[in-house]
Design a protein around this ligand. Sequence first.
Ligand SMILES: [Zn+2]
Length: 456
Amino acid sequence: MDRLKPARTDSSRRRRRNTSVAGLLAAALIQVGCQQPQQQPNVLLIVVDTLRADHLGAYGYDRPTSPNLDAMARRGILYTHAHSVTSWTNPSIEALFTGEEPRVLQPGASAFIAQDQLTLAARFRALGYATAAIVANPVLSPELGFGQGFDTYIGVAGWSEGFRVPPKQPAEQVNRAALQWLADSSAVPKNRPWFLYLHYMDPHWPYQPPNETLRAFWRQRNVDPDAASGPLNQRIRERIVQSADDVAQATDLYDAAVAHLDDQLRRFFDSLDPSVLDRTIICIMADHGEELGDHGRYLHAHTLYEELLHIPLLVVLPDRRAAQTNESFVQIYDVGRTLLELANVADPAFPGTSLVGGRRPMPLHADLVGAAIQPSHRRALIDGTSKLIETTEGQFLLFDLVSDPHENTNLAMIRAKQLMRLRAAATRSDGLSGRTEIPIKDSAARERLRAFGYDF
Ligand SMILES: [Zn+2]
């Protein structure tokens, strides 16, 4: 395997230019489309915040939310059983970039990723990659450690303090900033591979799809979606499920947001020169899912049911043209090591399990750490097709994910032996043992988290 020699890295840049999208596109084509062949492929990591796997056509959904992603899945590796390690953003993204279970914020700590902690971005940068992040979620601020390893770390919604209404930015803004970065020859020199992380927010509350898209998904013809969406978003914010109609409307709103994101991803890829895509590894995934009334609530960060843990994970390789399905259970913190190996810069020292040619060992763990909202679950363990959940009250729930994928039938009382075995497994490898959940000290970071509903 070829390794690039460590290259000099650029200092942080946050340049913004008032350039039209068309101009940016033309510049991007000139800058990155005419490069000489490079040894390492580019790596494009796309995280769509709050994107449920089962609301995508590639995962069996029967609504047209994702024609673009479905088409990409037909050219790539679709992981059908990928899981997050928790059900809210910060520890999930921490695990993605560190390859480890989320660490506990110790007393006095202010960051999810410590300054001396190896990250995926830092690894790529040390290998000579230009690295950048375009992030639409304000809670992933650099003072919490999430900018570590990036030459450029842009928050399209900013990192401003003290807001109460989340300044959520649509996918268009992420696309624009990404094209701008790709067009910047000082940030992306010729013949230098790049690692670009894009974090989209469209499926995250508040759901604000364009009116035309919302009308296409709205099923209750006697209700005006434009008038209903505001109060509906407020009920969702309060996690109040009023009725089946309420859930249907929330689902329509969410699905329209997913469809808008999917269309924007299509536009972004259409904006890139095919020759760039031909040397780029593309990974598309989510940090966690969303509850749409499945277990009586809305949003996320309160339980560890599958609507929150099961995430989409799709990898499209430059030379891959045929669909491949991987049905093994994989974890979000395996993605980093896998991307390094796919980019021909495998690093045995990087944590996690490479998903190239193998399966990750069972069981999978998940837990709710830190700023969970009125959590009713403490931790979960998946072993084969069985899933154990420990509630915050110390009760155990046992589900068969094949016969009961929506986790409605608790088998704990009738599968006592299996329950004992899984409880023992959970105890032996309990990542939560000795953990102390300490509130984040940084007041601005706390304010941003609260604005998005992470009350703690
Ligand atoms: Zn999130």
